[in-house]
Design a protein around this ligand. Structure first.
Ligand SMILES: O=C(O)[C@@H](O)C(=O)CO
Ligand SMILES: [Mg+2]
Length: 265
């Protein structure tokens, strides 16, 4: 069974953010991820991780003005200065919390716009270089158009090609964030893509399709995919990035089913 990380932005939302760490630990998780920690100090987050024996496996760099609809800045040609400032902010949190990877969101831009493509590459080169100084990986995640209309990076294979291109240039810490939920909506053929792209993958996330609820409650046989990850030798984490159908704890039966090795969850 892969190591599952509770996404504290989506799970345990019955509680205040800082109280979700304890809830995740009580529920049996040993690692967590979240989208944005920036309302809390790095020390406050580090303290919760330490108090509950949790590893932080991933979070996102600042995405611009999220409430105003921004979804990252990296591909926006006129926002390079804010992008680089965001890298420094995220880096401070990663160093304080021991987080080994960061996701940089591309933003809303036309995927065929060459200026956006150039801006994105420039941002990725800069961020990968800064993070490499600290042994931290930089992740990019293709996101489906239904969940995030207008998102720049909306194709798993194109994202993988870009990762391969920039890794060949020397950005060895640039990796793919493979979200099973987005891949299924964008293309399907999840297992084949996982198998083919595994050498480029730095993190996996999961939610059911179409409703983005608990694994095992949608059109994908998630237990099969988890077993494939084991078979392929994937040693990273799988982030549980779903919206619970009810109370988070009440929906964790899928996790115990996986732990007991049941073929379907
Ligand atoms: O899949 C997602 O939506 C997230 O992983 C993310 O980083 C952006 O919302
Ligand atoms: Mg995701």
């Amino acid at each position: 069974m892969p190591r599952f990380a509770a996404n504290l932005t989506l799970l345990f939302t019955e509680l205040a953010f800082l109280d979700r760490f304890e809830a995740a630990s009580r529920a049996g998780f040993t690692s967590v991820e979240f989208l944005f920690p920036y309302e809390h100090s790095p020390d406050a987050i580090a303290a919760r991780l330490a108090a509950h024996g949790l590893d932080l496996v991933l979070f996102n760099m600042p995405p611009g003005d999220w409430m105003a609809g921004e979804r990252g800045l990296a591909a926006l040609p006129d926002r390079f200065d804010e992008t680089t400032a965001g890298v420094e902010t995220a880096l401070a949190y990663a160093l304080a919390t021991g987080c080994p990877r960061l996701h940089m969101m591309a933003g809303l831009a036309d995927g065929r716009d060459s200026r956006a493509g150039q801006a994105y590459r420039r941002s990725l080169r800069h961020a990968a270089g800064r993070l490499a100084e600290h042994g931290i990986d930089l992740l990019i995640e293709p996101i489906n158009r239904r969940s995030m209309p207008g998102y720049f990076l909306d194709d798993v294979d194109a994202a993988a090609d870009l990762v391969a291109e920039l890794r060949a240039e020397g950005l060895a810490n640039l990796k793919l964030q493979f979200d099973i939920f987005h891949c299924q909506i964008l293309h399907g053929d999840v297992t084949t893509r996982l198998t083919r792209l595994l050498p480029l993958i730095g993190h996996v996330q999961v939610a059911s399709v179409p409703a983005r609820h608990e694994p095992g409650t949608g059109e994908v046989n998630d237990a099969f995919v988890f077993a494939e990850l084991d078979r392929l030798g994937y040693s990273g984490s799988v982030g549980c990035e779903y919206n619970p159908r009810g109370r988070t704890e009440d929906g964790l039966g899928w996790l115990s089913a996986c732990a007991s090795g049941r073929a379907r969850i």
